[in-house]
Ligand binder design. Structure first.
Ligand code: GLN
Length: 477
């Protein structure tokens, strides 16, 4: 069976009687069967159940009563609750845990007849940039299996790139959708903070966490965003704004775009990624958009601000896993020893590092020096970003400083690993939408991504310009 690129392509084959949802589901299951042993992208596969749902949906299609996502086969990152299915956040501490409810974003897909094919590998509690912090072992990049797929939603990106599902749902707290999308050569969309309900998404850093989408087409990203977004009585922080018809994003509108000199001149930026970003800038000009270089004074503070605040929020969010209320319980001769043993055995190294950093920056003696200061800097970064986005419709930059690195290459160097998030965290610190679009490969065949950011709740135009860039690239190949 062919490697489908978008849902409408699948639907027209179904409508022409050439394909059924059952055979399509079987196709993806066969691919998972063939490839997952090597790639380790899926932690659980719901094969029988998916086939059963497929038969029901085929029946609905016959009767003309199918939802708008009929024919869509989706994988979800192991941080989304799906009732009566295991949920482990790729951590030992949640061993054998089963969700009792379904995340709102997942439920909305199911309500439109999408099929959930399985839970995907990721970094433990979504903390990481390589998928190597998973209790289930790293996932491999399908383009080069000696390399990481990126993280934390590595399994979700790898699964789409390897045609094990058409789209995946991941979470993006500092780049976990866009960075793996860039490493695996697919599209990764992080909407505005609060655009999609976080109900049923295991919390990492609640004021940053965003549900995101991996796809091979802008059309699918738009359609899925449209289905998942919007008010939800289960999440008091979700935006009450009405949801535009994202799927009608096409326009010939000419926009203004800023690029940041600091990103393109950064010493850590790979030369070929720089070239592709410059190429994209010149393509944008050729299409008729106005593109200008600008400077941002706070850029060097974005990463430290992000890591102070997310560690603080993580240490608080993860305090519930104590072996009593939640989590695997270890032995101990007294209560405090039992807590210590449970958390030491249950959490991996990176999660423990973040909990300790977070506890430190929140401690009475250091609170003002780190946490309060980082909150103030966050505000300044937000203001500077928003001022820039009052002058320009978009900011363009590379998605990542490097292409996919070798498995194990950065394991002993957490700072170098954190630098992978250099260009992606700004969108989360500011709460704005951002997307990574594939821009070809380097001379060894490794994918390169380019990132666009826009003002809050402007996903519609973000999708439009992304589509213009991809269409131009495909026409001038
Ligand atoms: N790599 C970043 C981190 O480790 C981003 C993670 C994410 O977006 N979930 O925090």
């Amino acid at each position: 069976m062919k490697n489908f690129q978008l849902l409408s392509e699948i639907r027209s084959e179904i409508d022409a009687g050439k394909l059924t949802v059952s055979t399509l589901t079987q196709h993806y299951l066969n691919n998972i069967n063939d490839k997952n042993g090597r790639l380790n992208a899926f932690l659980s596969v719901y094969g029988d159940e998916a086939l059963q749902h497929a038969r029901v949906i085929d029946d609905k299609i016959q009767k003309n009563s199918a939802g708008k996502l009929a024919g869509l086969i989706v994988g979800i990152k192991d941080v989304f609750a799906y009732a009566n299915h295991r949920l482990q956040c790729a951590s030992n501490i949640l061993e054998n845990f089963e969700s009792q409810f379904t995340a709102t974003c997942v439920q909305r897909l199911i309500d439109e007849d999408a099929i959930i094919i399985g839970h995907q590998n990721c970094d433990e509690f979504a903390m990481g940039s390589s998928n190597e912090n998973s209790a289930f072992g790293s996932c491999k990049n399908p383009i080069d299996e000696t390399r990481v797929p990126g993280g934390s939603s590595g399994g979700s990106a790898a699964a789409v790139a390897a045609d094990m599902c058409l789209v995946s749902i991941g979470s993006d707290t500092g780049g976990s959708v866009r960075q793996p999308a860039a490493f695996c050569g697919v599209i990764g969309l992080k909407p505005t903070y609060s655009r999609i309900s976080r109900f049923g998404l295991a919390a990492y850093a609640s004021s940053f966490d965003t549900v995101g989408i991996f796809s091979k087409s802008i059309e699918d990203a738009a359609l899925i965003l449209e289905v998942m977004a919007g008010a939800d009585e289960w999440d008091s922080t979700v935006s009450q704004k009405s949801v535009p018809k994202f799927s009608s994003f096409h326009s010939n509108k000419k926009y203004s775009v800023a690029y940041l000199h600091e990103t393109l001149e950064h010493y850590g930026l790979n030369e070929e990624i720089k070239k592709k970003t410059l190429q994209t800038i010149s393509n944008l000009k050729e299409i008729g958009h106005r593109v200008e270089g600008v400077r941002m004074s706070f850029l060097e503070y974005v990463l430290p601000t992000y890591y102070v605040l997310t560690a603080a929020e993580a240490s608080s969010n993860l305090s519930r896993y104590d072996g009593v209320r939640y989590g695997k319980r270890a032995d101990g001769s007294e209560l405090s020893e039992m807590y210590t043993n449970s958390r030491s055995e249950g959490f991996g190294e990176e999660v423990r590092r973040r909990i300790m950093t977070g506890t430190f920056v929140l401690s009475a003696s250091y609170y003002d020096a780190y946490y309060t200061k980082a909150q103030k800097v966050r505000k300044l970064i937000q203001e500077e970003t928003n001022t820039l986005l009052d002058q320009y419709d978009f900011i363009i930059s590379p998605t990542t400083p490097t292409t996919a690195f070798k498995i194990g290459e950065l394991n002993d160097d957490p700072i170098q690993m954190y630098l992978e998030d250099l260009f992606t965290v700004q969108a989360n610190v500011a709460g704005i939408p951002a997307i990574s679009i594939p821009m070809g490969t380097d001379n060894t065949g490794l994918p390169i991504g380019v990132q666009l950011m826009s003002k809050s709740f402007n996903e519609l135009e973000l999708l439009d310009i992304s589509n213009q860039i991809i269409t131009f690239k495909d026409q001038n190949r």
